[in-house]
Ligand binder design. Structure first.
Ligand code: ADP
Ligand code: MG
Length: 199
């Protein structure tokens, strides 16, 4: 079973990875965006870890809904409401249980990813964070390490795609040949799950 400490470790591992990779995320957002993805997420996850320390939510669901709220209110770009919705919907789906199973987390994350697709209108293949998140959730049944590998592969596979959603879509065919920054950061979020599990 996964307890509140697991979810706290997930969020702090993601914040550390975002800090470490912020320059790279911003560099990826330079040719097909406005070069702010790394700084956007760094601001967001710094707020997440500060809020988790201050408010000390006691359940997995409360941890993720608080994290999602922080991302919505502090990340300037399109990715803030999308990541915020992902974590909030996942948290709400987990309810107020003190511990959840991996199966429950998989189902809740699927609900979260569905909410991101409903909000942003992106489908797999549109060169967005969805291209890392959907394969990750599909692989979660095989464990956190499998989900991490699937998310990384999904992020790499965005390079030859033409963007159909978000700022990169304004570039049309010129968006081809660049890895999507949001799919890349989503792979960091999923890697955080494996790290929280000691993998
Ligand atoms: P902005 O584009 O407002 O500057 P960011 O740079 O923080 O925001 O985030 C850009 C990332 O957000 C993209 O790389 C993409 O993965 C993701 N994104 C943008 N629009 C959408 C959407 N409609 N659905 C899903 N993801 C999206
Ligand atoms: Mg941007």
């Amino acid at each position: 079973m996964l307890d509140a400490d697991f979810f706290r470790r997930w969020m702090t591992a993601t914040a550390t990875a975002v800090d470490r990779e912020a320059e790279r995320l911003t560099a990826l957002d330079s040719p097909i965006g406005d070069a702010d993805h790394g700084s956007n997420l760094q601001r967001g996850f710094t707020a997440v870890t500060a809020a988790l320390e201050k408010e000390a939510p006691a359940t997995p669901g409360a941890i993720l809904t608080l994290a999602g709220r922080q991302l919505i209110s502090t990340v300037g770009g399109a990715s803030g409401p999308l990541y915020g919705t992902l974590l909030r919907r996942t948290g709400k789906t987990l309810g107020d249980a003190g511990e959840v199973s991996e199966e429950q987390l998989t189902q809740a994350l699927r609900a979260g990813v569905d909410a991101v697709m409903a909000l942003g209108g992106a489908a797999p293949g549109d060169k967005t964070m969805i291209d890392a998140l959907v394969p990750a959730v599909d692989a979660l049944g095989d464990g956190f390490a499998a989900a991490r590998a699937a998310a990384e592969e999904g992020a790499l596979a965005t390079t030859p795609l033409q963007a159909r959603k978000g700022r990169a879509s304004y570039l049309g065919e010129r968006s081809i040949g660049h890895q999507d920054p949001g799919a890349t950061s989503s792979a960091l979020l999923i890697a955080g799950l494996a790290e929280a599990n000691g993998e």
